[in-house]
Design a protein around this ligand. Structure first.
Ligand SMILES: CC(C)(COP(=O)(O)OP(=O)(O)OC[C@H]1O[C@@H](n2cnc3c(N)ncnc32)[C@H](O)[C@@H]1OP(=O)(O)O)[C@@H](O)C(=O)NCCC(=O)NCCS
Length: 213
């Protein structure tokens, strides 16, 4: 059984680990940070999770496996506001952690820029006042048990209450899950890492879920 709650500062190391593990076999990270070890990726994702906690327009949710009190999945929603979310204040240690310079090197900046430009161009084209799902990942050991769908249902309920649609960029792995829960395809794009000195091709799907209330 899983329970969903807003993320806290002390969750961020595990959020980084879940994120790095979920994307470990993905082409983007392999091309963007070709020499990074799994631990280095997890540390970088920990840093990014802390930065996101401080962004008032995004709320991070975690799914906890109740029996083991372990974080097993993470979702980041842009545009869902709540009292709980607004009260996050980092400790002095956490503040120092997010303020330091932290860049994962070496990196293929052309790959990172190409991915960002693609996402940005489509958001400019399609985004109005939708809620945006910036991130969803389940630790590989816990995938296929309905946890991703439970995380999505949390956001769907909020979006329907607010009478707002939900926009997202989907990986090939997640596309059928989103379709099943009501997302419609806006556009498909191909990201050819070979054009930027990398290897392989990713498909990216741009999708929107109309609100149902
Ligand atoms: C996509 C993801 C979040 C789904 O999480 P989950 O907890 O396994 O989700 P659920 O159990 O509710 O649903 C599983 C669905 O994902 C698909 N899936 C993708 N990868 C899977 C895997 N390794 N194991 C099982 N199912 C997987 C299944 O086909 C299933 O779709 P369906 O219900 O339409 O058949 C998870 O696979 C993941 O973290 N993937 C890597 C990161 C990623 O691609 N995130 C999506 C960004 S848009």
């Amino acid at each position: 059984m899983v329970e969903i709650r807003y993320a806290r500062e002390e969750d961020c190391p595990r959020i980084g680990a879940v994120n790095a593990a979920a994307y470990a076999t993905g082409l983007f990270l392999a091309n963007a940070f070709p020499q990074a070890t799994p631990d280095e990726r997890a540390e970088y994702m920990h840093f990014r999770a802390m930065q996101t906690l401080l962004d008032p327009s995004v709320c991070t949710l975690v799914a906890i496996e109740v029996e083991t009190n372990t974080i097993v999945a993470v979702a980041q929603w842009r545009g869902i506001f709540s009292e709980e979310r607004q009260s996050i204040v980092l400790s002095d240690e956490g503040t120092a952690f997010v303020k330091r310079e932290f860049s994962l090197e070496p990196r293929n900046q052309d790959v990172i820029n190409a991915f960002r430009a693609l996402v940005q161009a489509k958001r400019e084209r399609y985004l109005g006042d939708e809620i945006v799902l910036d991130q969803l990942c389940t630790h590989p050991q816990y995938q296929g048990r309905g946890i991703g769908a439970t995380m999505l249902q949390w956001g769907i309920n909020k979006a329907d209450e607010m009478q707002k649609d939900i926009y997202l960029e989907a990986t090939a792995a997640a596309r059928s899950l989103y379709s099943r829960l009501g997302w419609e395809m806006l556009e498909k794009a191909v990201l050819d890492y070979g054009l930027y000195g990398g290897e392989g091709v990713d498909k990216v799907y741009f999708m929107r879920r109309p609100h149902t209330r």
